[in-house]
Design a protein around this ligand. Sequence first.
Ligand SMILES: [Zn+2]
Length: 194
Amino acid sequence: MLPGATLLLALAVSLPPPAPSPAGGTDPGGIEPRLTIRESLDSYVVSAATEAQLRARLKLDEDPGNHGRALTEGRFVVTRSIVQREGRCEVEDVTIELDIHTTLPEWTPGERVPARLRDTWDRFLAFITAHEERHRRHLLDAAFAMRDRIAAMPPKARCTQLEAALKLIVDSEDRKRRFADRMVDRRGTPGPPE
Ligand SMILES: [Zn+2]
């Protein structure tokens, strides 16, 4: 399933600059973005007593290329605290937050379920878990790339320039991520193993 993602550029309140540090302070142009990643996992119960029911519940026959009733969702929130001061934009803080939520199916085979069906399920679950892991990896890669590119941004004279540069980085990394997701989904996932 195509992962959903929300992209949010939030503006934090500009705070007054901290008092000059006796140690000389940090690099005036340097930005050290903070990256926070939160992950959560959910499952929903599939009820099936036979292979036919299992296949029907998971729609395996309708859509052989489907990688299952699973979903990986991501949400980026980038906040920054910046202030325009005498010909340059001072950055106090940039924070990148990424929330990842994955939903996978869960099935508890009854006692009468044949071993072959259990094996089919095990392979199927491994398959869709690996698929969702690809989407999760894309989200993480985007977050790390945002952090590294923001850290490498040269100082800006004006905060409007900084805003534009930040937006460009966030948008382009998210676009790359969505493209990578589409490639994974389009590649014709081989379908659940028989
Ligand atoms: Zn997918």
